[in-house]
Design a protein around this ligand. Structure first.
Ligand code: GTP
Ligand code: MG
Length: 375
């Protein structure tokens, strides 16, 4: 068993396991993660890599996390409700991620919903005709996307892997597939750009089959939908398949418990101070709650949905923009609701201290953001 802190780097991990650092890097690559020696790994990745080398992990900075974990509430069966799936669109450059996400945000908002989606907060929730909801992560540009993904993107329930029918299954397509597979996230394939004369969806199905991803229409288990994001063809059919996948997952959450979730993005806004988009994964986040996110904390002063409407609370699978944190937490970090600001401050500063110590140890450590930017 390895005793670890949350902030272990690739080389730290290698020396703890007494294996060459190149082997750790290779293992990371095999799960679709490009890492450098001084890069810190998230807990999930550390677990995966350690297991690969026959180690169990025990996170000691759990001391810090423990304080949070102590309020682990037990969910009563009767309190559990079905929550909407949280979906990410992944794929190679130019294969149509943005077009699909734009199409979804513009067309599938239920008729008459005031205003439509007006602000970009990195995630949005769409409501379908039958009242079912799907939450899409919509991280801007592919850098932020890579960074989120590299952080483990544990927030995703289902991945839509988009492949352009006039192209091939490309390196980034494979990377996306490998990453989703490693994380145990079910995939729905979207073969895009079928409106193009040069489109050849069968070629894509063939290339997927060659990777051992046999699609349903060929007798396999993977759902696949031909679409045109640009022309809006078969978008509902794709969403139906996503919902079908979601049903199989039986996604449940307890809206009565204290909220936990993930940070999607954050920034410093001139007028409003630090703003952070968070995705509530369990519980209900309320105006006035004390939120602890990574090394930052604060009382929620206001919350807004993606339609820029003020909301008082946000239930499971709902993304909201919150005001009131004392800094900008990193995308991918977890947030918890704490009892008191004192408690939140204590843990935040403990984490800050831990991070500083780790930073001095690995002076030239690349952050994931930097790494993503270099790509
Ligand atoms: P990156 O963010 O750069 O990785 O690209 P992306 O995956 O977001 O692709 P994007 O949506 O920007 O689409 C790339 C190009 O393909 C754009 O010129 C789109 O207009 C075009 N495109 C996307 N979907 C379709 C489609 O269904 N049919 C056609 N004909 N063109 C499409
Ligand atoms: Mg894009």
């Amino acid at each position: 068993t390895l005793k670890l802190t949350e902030f272990v780097t690739v080389s730290d991990l290698a020396s703890m396991m007494d294996v060459p650092v190149t082997q750790v890097i290779a293992t990371c690559m095999s799960i679709g993660l490009m890492v450098s020696i001084n890069m810190r790994l998230d807990a999930e990745t550390i677990d995966m890599v350690a297991e690969e080398f026959g180690y169990k992990t025990d996170f000691v900075s759990a001391e810090v996390v423990e304080a949070v974990a102590q309020d682990e509430e037990v969910d009563l069966e009767e309190d559990l409700i079905t929550r909407p799936p949280i979906v990410t669109v992944m794929g190679h450059v130019d294969h149509g991620k943005t077009s699909l996400l734009d199409r979804l945000r513009n067309t599938n908002v239920i008729e008459g919903e005031a205003g439509g989606i007006t602000q970009h907060i990195g995630a949005y929730s769409i409501r379908l005709q039958d009242g079912k909801r799907i939450t899409f992560l919509d991280t801007p540009g592919h850098e932020a996307f890579t960074a989120m993904r590299a952080r483990g993107a544990k927030v995703t329930d289902i991945a839509i892997i988009i492949v352009a029918a006039d192209d091939d299954v490309m390196p980034q397509t494979k990377e996306a597939i490998n990453h989703a597979a490693a994380a145990g996230v079910p995939m729905v394939f979207a073969i895009n750009k079928i409106d193009k004369p040069s489109a050849n969806p069968d070629r894509i199905r063939e290339q997927l089959a060659a990777m051992n991803y046999l699609v349903e229409e060929w007798g396999g288990k993977y759902q696949c939908q031909e679409i045109s994001a640009k022309q809006g063809i078969n978008i509902n059919e794709l969403l139906e398949k996503v919902l079908l996948e979601a049903e199989l997952l039986e996604l449940k959450a307890n809206p009565k418990r204290r909220s936990v979730g993930s940070v999607i993005e954050s920034s410093l806004d001139k007028g409003r101070g630090y703003v952070a988009t968070v995705l509530v994964q369990n519980g209900t986040l309320r105006h006035g709650d004390v939120v602890l996110a990574g090394t930052h904390y604060g009382r929620v002063k206001a919350m807004f949905n993606e339609r820029n409407q003020k909301v008082e609370q946000a239930g499971p699978s709902t993304p909201v923009l919150i005001l009131g944190l004392d800094g900008a937490p990193t995308a991918g970090e977890t947030f918890n609701v704490m009892d008191t600001e004192q408690e939140a401050r204590a843990i935040a500063s403990k984490r800050e201290q831990l991070k500083r110590e780790q930073d001095t140890r690995t002076k030239k450590g690349l952050t994931l953001d930097e790494l993503a930017r270099r790509r």
